[in-house]
Design a protein. Structure first.
Length: 280
């Protein structure tokens, strides 16, 4: 296993345009998180916004991700979730993803929780897992350079204020959330699924995000389902990509197996029909 990158080096490679592929983890399972960390993804994000994991489970998941050698991020509840940010970082997360950001003030409130004074307001405490390898001074001394501060671009207001938001010092990644952004812009009402994802309105919003990121030397990220559009977004300047989440991976792979069984059973004259579900 290669030596894990520092957060500073990870961000530098992304700013050079080197792709970093990852996955959201919603299964609230330290075992699953550890196994996925050995799968080859560069980073894993534990999603406490939409996942049922509490702090004890989150602690085990972050330990498993570190053991597998992947970078770890945690999606918290929002820019006011100081306790969630504090806990995630103390448990050893390399960074945070903050959802539902609408204004530059929202971003300032978020990024200050991620860094130690005087650049921020993160509380210092020892001992804790984040400091186990390097000690208090070794960890805290360069933490402000190593932390990965990502924020989601997922509302019409965020796009409207994107120039002011991207200019806030301390942000590293603008992470495009196409699903919520389409809903916020009313595109689910205007278009038949999945045409909203290739609509001119979403394309224009994405271009505004990219322009603001380039102006401020920020990294563009995006959440995708599967690999079909990975190349498209690499060409558009999005080196930080999630290929969905662990539960989606489970469903799609298990669905592929079930389809194969259905086909083989018919070929052998012993037809088996899959049980119908809401997903397939």
């Amino acid at each position: 296993m290669s030596e894990a990158l520092t957060g500073k080096a990870f961000k530098a490679q992304l700013r050079e345009g080197r792709p970093k592929m990852g996955l959201f983890v919603n299964s609230h399972s330290p075992t699953v998180a550890e196994q996925l960390a050995h799968s080859g993804y560069d980073w894993l994000l534990v999603d406490t916004q939409h996942g049922p994991m509490g702090n004890e489970t989150l602690s085990g998941m972050l330990a498993g991700i570190e053991l597998g050698g992947a970078m770890s991020l945690v999606r918290v509840g929002g820019h006011t979730d100081r306790p969630g940010i504090q806990q995630a970082l103390d448990m050893g997360a390399n960074g945070i993803l903050c959802p539902y950001v609408n204004t530059a003030d929202d971003v300032r409130q978020y990024v200050t929780c991620c860094r130690y004074p005087t650049a921020g307001t993160r509380s210092v405490y020892f001992p804790q897992r984040s400091m186990n390898k390097r000690g208090l001074l070794g960890y805290a001394g360069d933490w402000n350079d190593n932390v990965i501060c990502a924020m989601q671009v997922e509302t019409a207001d965020c796009i409207k204020n994107i120039d002011e938001i991207a200019a806030v010092k301390g942000v590293d990644i603008l992470f495009l959330g196409q699903n919520d952004l389409c809903m916020s812009m009313g595109l689910y009402e205007k278009y038949k699924f999945p045409d909203m994802y290739t609509s001119p309105e979403l394309n224009d919003a994405t271009n505004k995000l990219v322009a603001a990121a380039k102006k401020n030397n920020l990294i563009c990220g995006v959440f995708l389902f599967g690999s079909a559009r990975v190349g498209e977004f690499l060409e558009r300047g999005f080196p930080f990509q999630s290929l969905g989440n662990d539960l989606h991976h489970v469903l799609t792979q298990s669905g592929a197996y079930v389809n194969d069984i259905e086909k083989v059973s018919k070929e052998k004259g012993k037809p088996w029909t899959r049980r119908p579900t809401a997903f397939f």
